[in-house]
Design a protein around this ligand. Structure first.
Ligand code: PEP
Ligand code: MG
Length: 899
């Protein structure tokens, strides 16, 4: 420890030392070494912070090292800290390796006291400036270092303003501010029993320790837990000589971007505020002017700033954002970093930089993210307009939808048929609402989380959805909902919902369509001269990602339309064709017959009626996906989902009995519904269990698949069916179904005089299946991970309930940063996936492996599936391009979550 270096001069570090010097410190060092005008200073390392937190005090050598660097700083500036005649003042700022905006502390103007305030007044020629700087120091120091309630200072300042009959700081003159200083000092004395420290070095040391302490403030701890920032990383402290932008009209402060962070366009972007300090810009005391105006205000400083910006951009090979101050015509760089940007700018800038020779295409793919691409694919609200926000729910499926509120699926269909745009509002949705969801522009529910029915289906369709808006009281009978402020929205009132933010408005918010989706749909030629820059960039980047990725990308689709769209979006087959929607609508009666069948003959009759309908479904899908694999999953949901609601039916039967006209059919139905009622249907008679318990059901589905495949083949097509058994937990379940399936397949092939290659496999979505995957692989030619159910069963979280019930509290408390239903829990659920992959491949080396849970389209999870070596991911059609991009980024070693 004795020779540990705890303090680095800005001239000693570099941008690659973020872990040691923090992001801000590393970039200040980089700029200093580039010869840019950075006010001199030094950085105390994150190591020192870690030592402080561990030992409850600073390392013994720190004091001497700080003195040494302070002396060098004073020499460079030709001033002494707190010198009564001409004081050097410093800022003491936090700066961790990972950005933690606003989470930790900063103290400015350190070095001012009762004497040096006079020196500052004399040197600056402004008494007002000096006293204002001093009152800012006591206020920040009091709050941050001495832990005094900040409101006390605010109130005292307000009092003085009130006495002067103003509410503007700028109306206070030097004398008033001296009065404020007096009152602030009294607050300090009163709260701590001690005077405000007059010794400049003592101020500095106390401020440094306060920054260390702020690492463990409540808000910083919660932020770190959520963002997965290690709690022992610590923050660096930057001590920097103060420069002042508020010394007159020849001074000022501003922010700048090397390109437009909104669109990526090249040019001069930023804001400037004359005669002001950084905080004034944020406080909005006066309006800023566009950065371009600086050219007229101070030509020389402007030219130097432009040269500096272009230097920084070619050095960082990326868009940079900058904070600067001009003190009496002299430019100072206070901060730079690779700047945040919109999704559109990220794509445009990445390809611009390729064209400028600064980066290659691999790097361009790494620089953008699937989340950014997803944002570009949805229509967007342009602004709030004059609509009023009613509430904010969960952002379940992105996009912007405007329409008249309707409260039932039937109304949605009827209204849409007469050409009205509607938003379907429900407490929650169920499979019966599908037609309404298709007809509506968007879906709003007051219950259910991101994997609730509404959310999953909406995402699948690329339909805007806000779910779990619990503040809304939805009364579907009365056809209205009530917002927390008492506003009542009735059927026919226009509402706007934003699926990217979860916001809900009363009234119409203007929207614009996505050019990127029009390109995926084939409506825009990406290589045409007049095509928008964003479309050209997206195209180039995706083409490159496709060349580099190892994962194939399939889609979850169960209609010919969705299949065709997914194919246009780049899907290489279907990874999950859910068959449950094929049993709804008109066919529901047939399913009812199947369930109520009295004996084998009745059952077989019901199955025989269903089979040709099923076959037609598959024919169309095989045609849309000709030449590509189509994984058809046999029926999964509990049968009672196809029967009427228990309560409604009981009421109907009771009323009929009261009228003395009981009907035999309803009574039988009621008995069946009662008999099948389950407390936990998601863990009940579903999937393979259903296939084993209802004779003939799975055989009928397999027959329909085989017949459809033969028909396609005879018609010259190339069908590639893959039959998938859901919810298997034990190999015995799979063996039994496999036996029947193979028999049916052979029967059909013989009958048709035709053979179609295909696979028979299983979902891995029950933990037991993952743990016994070696055995299961003996009877399965492929595995597809059903990570929705696997997450539900691994955590013991009911996927239909927990997200709306308490996940927001888990997120607030930082238990997890994102719902495990949205992004794969690598350590738990992911571990099961790894075990199954390893055991499965050991037992059957050519086992095909994929994933078809919602995670298949989640950017972070795609990286995981790449790492564990799956063959493909499967996701809803609208996520196919996102998965293509992320699979490419994963193969190129791109970061999991981009900026
Ligand atoms: C799954 O469980 O991940 C899955 C894809 O099946 P479902 O969502 O239909 O249960
Ligand atoms: Mg499942």
């Amino acid at each position: 420890m004795a020779d540990t270096k705890w303090v680095y001069d800005f001239s000693e570090g570099s941008k690659d030392q973020k872990d040691l010097l923090g992001g801000k410190g590393a970039n200040l060092a980089e700029m200093t070494n580039l010869g840019l005008p950075v006010p001199p200073g030094f950085t105390i390392t994150t190591d020192a912070c870690r030592y402080y937190l561990e030992h409850g005090g600073t390392p013994p050598e720190l004091d001497a090292q700080v003195s040494e660097h302070l002396a060098a700083l004073e020499k460079a500036m030709g001033k002494t800290l707190g010198d009564p005649a001409d004081p050097l003042l410093v800022s003491v700022r936090s700066g961790a390796a990972a950005s933690m905006p606003g989470m930790m502390e900063t103290v400015l103007n350190v070095g001012l006291n009762d004497e040096s305030v006079q020196g500052l007044a004399a040197q600056s020629g402004s008494e007002r400036f000096a006293w204002d700087s001093y009152r800012r120091l006591i206020q920040m120091f009091g709050k941050t270092v001495l832990d005094i309630d900040g409101d006390l200072f605010e109130h005292a300042l307000d009092e003085v303003k009130a006495e002067q009959g103003t509410d503007l700081d700028l109306d206070l003159d030097a004398e008033h501010l001296e009065d404020v200083v007096g009152r602030f000092k009294a607050i300090v004395k009163d709260a701590t029993g001690e005077d405000f420290p007059q010794d400049p070095r003592e101020q500095m040391d106390m401020a440094i320790n306060a920054v260390f302490d702020s690492w463990n403030s409540d808000r910083a701890i919660i932020y770190r837990r959520r963002e997965r920032i290690p709690s022992d990383a610590g923050t660096a402290v930057n001590v920097c000589s103060m420069v002042f932008g508020n010394l007159g009209t020849d001074s000022g402060t501003g922010v700048a971007f090397t390109r437009d962070p909104g669109s990526g366009a090249q040019g001069v972007y930023g804001d400037y505020l004359q005669n002001a300090q950084g905080e004034d810009v944020v406080a909005g005391i006066r309006n800023t002017v566009p950065l371009g105006d600086l050219e007229d205000i101070d030509r020389e400083a402007y030219d130097e700033l432009m040269a500096t910006m272009s230097r920084l951009e070619s050095h960082y090979r990326d868009l940079c954002d900058i904070e600067f101050t001009i003190e009496r015509n002299k430019l100072w760089m206070l901060q730079t970093r690779v700047g945040k940007r919109t999704a559109a700018a990220a794509f445009v800038i990445a390809t611009q930089l390729v064209d400028e020779g600064l980066i290659d295409m691999d790097e361009a793919v790494r620089r953008v993210t699937g989340d950014q691409l997803a944002q570009l694919m949805f229509p967007r609200f342009i602004s709030g307009g004059d609509a009023t926000q009613l509430t904010q729910g969960m952002n379940a499926s992105p996009g912007a939808a405007v329409g008249k509120a309707v409260f039932s699926s039937e109304e949605a269909v009827t209204w849409a048929q007469r050409g009205e745009d509607v938003v379907l509002v429900r407490r929650e949705t169920n499979p019966d609402d599908l037609s309404g969801m298709i007809a509506a522009q968007g879906v709003l529910t007051s219950r259910g989380g991101k994997t609730s029915h509404a959310a999953v289906v909406a995402r699948g369709m690329g339909k805007t959805c806000v779910c779990g808006a619990e503040e809304l009281q939805v009364d579907t009978k009365a056809k209205k909902f009530t917002a927390p402020d008492g506003t009542v929205v009735s059927e026919g009132d226009v509402i706007s919902i934003d699926g990217s933010t979860g916001r809900v408005w009363l009234g119409e918010v203007p929207v614009e369509p996505s050019a990127v989706v029009r390109y995926f749909e084939g409506e825009i030629d990406p290589e045409a001269e007049d095509t928008e820059a964003i479309v050209r960039s997206v195209h180039r980047i995706l083409v490159h990602a496709d060349q580099k990725r190892q994962l194939a990308v399939r889609t979850n689709a169960d209609t010919p339309e969705d299949s065709a769209r997914a194919r246009r979006f780049g899907a290489q087959g279907i990874g999950l064709c859910r068959t449950e929607h094929m049993f709804l609508g008109d066919r529901r009666k047939l399913v009812e017959k199947l369930i109520l069948a009295d004996g084998d003959d009745e059952r077989q009759a019901a199955l025989d009626a269903l089979e040709p309908l099923q076959k037609q479904d598959f024919l169309e899908i095989f045609e849309a996906m000709d030449g590509l694999p189509v994984t058809v999953r046999l029926l999964d949901p509990p049968l009672h989902e196809f029967l009427p609601d228990l309560t409604e039916l009981s009421v109907r039967v009771a009323l009929a009995e009261e009228r003395g006209e009981p009907d035999e059919g309803s009574l039988r139905l009621l008995a069946a519904v009662r008999g099948m009622h389950e407390s936990n249907p998601m863990l009940g008679l579903r999937g393979v269990r259903l296939g084993l318990v209802v004779p003939g059901l799975f055989a009928m589905q397999v027959r329909a698949i085989a017949e459809a495949a033969c028909e396609r083949k005879k018609a010259g097509g190339n069908p590639r069916p893959e039959i998938m058994i859901p919810l298997v937990g034990a190999v015995q379940e799979l063996e039994a179904i496999r036996e029947v399936s193979v028999r049916v397949l052979n029967e059909v092939f013989e009958q048709e005089g035709c053979e179609v290659d295909g696979l028979l496999g299983t979902m891995i979505e029950v933990p037991r299946a993952a743990l016994t995957a070696g055995e299961i692989a003996g009877s399965a030619e492929f595995f597809s991970f059903g990570t929705n159910d696997l997450t539900q069963m691994t955590w013991g979280f009911s996927r239909d309930d927990v997200e709306a019930a308490f996940f927001h509290q888990y997120l607030d408390k930082g238990i997890f940063g994102i719902s495990p239903f949205e992004s794969l829990d690598r350590e738990g659920v992911g571990r099961l996936v790894e075990i199954a992959v390893q055991q499965g491949r050991e037992a059957r080396p050519d086992l095909k492996l994929g994933v078809c849970g919602e995670h298949g389209g989640d950017p972070d999870s795609v990286h995981f599936f790449h790492e564990v070596g799956l063959d493909y991911v499967s996701c809803s059609p609208f996520r196919v391009p996102v998965a293509r991009l992320e699979a490419g980024r994963a193969a190129l070693g791109g970061e999991r979550a981009g900026s």
